[in-house]
Design a protein. Structure first.
Length: 197
């Protein structure tokens, strides 16, 4: 939620901490920004310093659609992030393969009818018998992820409820507000996020 109170210094601190982990993969599950590219490009610029052996991936959250999702996805690509919009990549490591897929935000069609969330399309053409991870901003994407055959879904959106009394209401919209859960054969991990809105 880079915006009026989350600025480049905060983003830089996150990037520095992530990079010290020497990650194999970085997954960013949306709601990176709260404002236009014109307003916030400099504040989001430290994301270009993210380093991971097999790349850094990003999907849209609902706030990207409030802020110009197409422009932001283009900006994220300029920063070196791999955008996943109902698509996937196959990562290879020491002879093993992993599918990393991403969907547009669950509620995207309200603001952009052409950019619906489609887990089936995201994995279409991926190799059979390979573990599949889905980056999906909202936990409520999980039923579609199960139907599409994913093994793990990584989500955000809820901030764990964030503050009272919202922590009681978020459960009415989202099946999982924080932590690790199971839906059929799918594991769902919902992060509380690294910022606030």
């Amino acid at each position: 939620h880079v915006g009026s109170t989350i600025k480049a210094d905060y983003v830089q601190a996150i990037v520095d901490r992530v990079n010290t982990l020497n990650p194999d993969v970085i997954a960013i599950t949306g709601d990176v920004v709260d404002g236009s590219v014109e307003q916030l490009a400099d504040e989001a610029a430290p994301l270009a310093q993210l380093r991971a052996r097999h790349g850094a991936y990003v999907v849209t959250g609902n706030h990207e659609y409030y802020s110009g999702a197409d422009e932001w996805m283009g900006e994220f690509r300029k920063l070196g992030l791999r955008t996943l919009m109902n698509e996937h990549v196959v990562v290879e490591h020491d002879g093993a393969r992993l599918v990393i897929a991403g969907v547009n935000d669950f509620s995207a069609t309200r603001l952009d009818p052409a950019n619906g969330s489609d887990p089936e399309a995201a994995q279409s053409g991926s190799p059979a018998g390979v573990p599949k991870i889905l980056l999906a901003h909202q936990p409520r994407s999980a039923p579609g992820a199960v139907e599409a055959g994913f093994d793990l879904q990584l989500s955000g959106h809820t901030h764990g409820g964030q503050f009272w009394p919202w922590n009681h209401f978020v459960r009415m919209q989202q099946p999982y507000t924080a932590g690790l859960h199971r839906l059929g054969r799918l594991w769902v991990y919902t992060s509380r996020g690294t910022g606030y809105w």
